[in-house]
Design a protein. Structure first.
Length: 459
């Protein structure tokens, strides 16, 4: 709930310059609710709110805003307000903001940071795009194995306020090399004079700073941790990634996969922020490839030109045949891509998937064949529309549907496996791409079946 005030009331207080009432209206709101208010206000009014909020609450609310709105808001803030917000932001959130800002705005923003935060920002920005180094925060708690439990708790009290999470404490040696991680409960429950190095620990799981976003998400899913340490190539602890950062990463990964499934390149920014020419570039490439693929369909039809000329009625069912195969292939592709993404299946399961799709494709093909057969046989004017050999036409369509749907299901299921095996992202096996592939083969199957059933009759 946003309290007693709604959007018009906030705008009215800003218009009246009643800053005290506005401050009172906002002080009881959670930072996430403040961010929700800010999302509905124009940037200049949002800037006013940031100037009256306490420093920490302003920074926390800023972190909840979408990155594109953060970028727009930065340009409206005064230097003092910008300093207040940026220096209090979590380093990982601040890094994502810098990635979205134009170069000149990023330069201005970096100039507002204090020396320590500037050092952290430059270090995070030095890692590859979409790597663990870009998602991590250097704000964590570490202890050495020679400390006692009492000394470790003292360190939590003195340094815990700046840490991203207190759930996990990391054990490092004198050179910063990660040795183990401890749950805070283990330290709290241990006798005060127990050495940290003697406390029970879980199996150490760590990420390297150069690992990709997808690997980060998969590691969190596998080990079910609230935070994971990030090390450099020498094993030195350089930061941690918390589960809230992983949720953001997983959302970005899922968004890119969905966009690729639609038959286009993944967008690098929110839909409304993409420029016209960039949008055309992202979508035009795949559309061109698909157009070339569809040209093969035209080639296939020209190969069967004589059959079509002798039995024009066959042309009536071409859209039905190829669309059924394409739909079947698109379904299978979408299911397998998602199953691979969430690790429900692995590459070694390809043969089990193939057997499953053979059964499913056959059953689905028979279902559609029955519907297609009934459609032709029960149509009132079948003699006039399909001619005296409508029974053979119905059998041709039914058998073709079985073959095309079966092929579509198997091809759609196997293509993501082939791409993963070759080292490509399975999401590039987009549904339109599979549909185009099945269109060509569907025509071959259809006219091959027609040649069998109608030989000596219409062909």
């Amino acid at each position: 709930m946003l309290g007693l005030f709604l959007k018009p009331e906030y705008e009215e207080l800003i218009a009246k310059k009643d800053w005290e009432s506005l401050r009172v209206a906002l002080e009881d709101l959670d930072p996430a609710d403040i961010a929700e208010v800010l999302e509905d206000l124009p940037p200049q009014d949002s800037g006013v709110i940031f100037r009256i909020l306490p420093r920490e609450r302003a920074a926390t609310a800023f972190e909840y805003l979408p990155v594109d709105q953060q970028a727009g808001l930065v340009s409206t803030l005064s230097s003092d307000s910008l300093v207040k917000v940026l220096n209090e932001m979590a380093p990982d959130d601040r890094t994502r903001l810098f990635e979205e800002l134009p170069a000149e705005v990023t330069k201005r923003a970096l100039q507002q940071l204090n020396p320590e935060q500037l050092r952290v920002a430059r270090a995070l920005l030095g890692y590859p795009d979409e790597s663990a180094g870009r998602f991590m925060t250097p704000e964590y708690l570490s202890v050495t194995p020679g400390m006692t439990a009492a000394q470790a708790l003292d360190r939590v009290r003195t340094h815990g306020k700046t840490a991203e999470t207190l759930n996990v404490i990391y054990v490092v040696d004198d050179h910063g090399v990660l040795l183990a991680d401890l749950r805070l409960a283990e330290v709290v429950m241990a006798p005060p004079d127990t050495r940290v190095g003697d406390l029970p620990t879980r199996g150490l799981v760590a990420l390297t700073a150069t690992q990709g976003r997808e690997e980060v998400v998969q590691t969190f899913e596998k080990y079910d941790r609230v935070a994971l340490p990030v090390t450099d190539s020498g094993g030195v602890l350089v930061g941690i990634i918390t589960v809230d950062d992983v949720l953001d990463a997983a959302e970005q990964e899922a968004t890119e996969d969905i966009q690729r499934l639609g038959g286009m390149e993944a967008l690098d920014a929110p839909y409304m922020e993409i420029g016209f020419f960039e949008m055309v570039k992202k979508r035009g490439g795949w559309l061109s490839v698909l157009l070339v693929g569809e040209m093969l369909t035209t080639t296939a039809m020209s190969y069967f030109e004589d059959e079509i000329a002798r039995a024009v009625v066959l042309a009536l069912f071409i859209p039905l045949i190829i669309s059924s195969g394409g739909n079947s292939g698109s379904q299978a592709t979408s299911l397998i891509i998602r199953a691979l993404a969430v690790r429900e299946i692995e590459l070694k399961d390809w043969w089990r998937v193939l057997l499953r799709e053979l059964r499913s494709g056959l059953a689905l093909g028979v279902l559609l064949a029955v519907i297609g057969f009934a459609r032709i046989m029960l149509w009132p004017s079948r003699d006039t529309l399909y001619g005296p050999h409508y029974l053979l036409i119905a059998c041709t369509v039914a058998c073709s549907l079985i073959g095309v749907v079966l092929f579509g299901a198997c091809a759609g299921a196997m293509l993501p496996f082939a791409l993963r095996r070759l080292g490509f992202d399975p999401a590039t096996a987009s549904a339109p791409f599979v549909a185009t592939l099945v269109d060509v083969t569907g025509l071959v199957i259809y006219f091959t079946v027609a040649s069998t059933f109608l030989a000596g009759v219409l062909l």
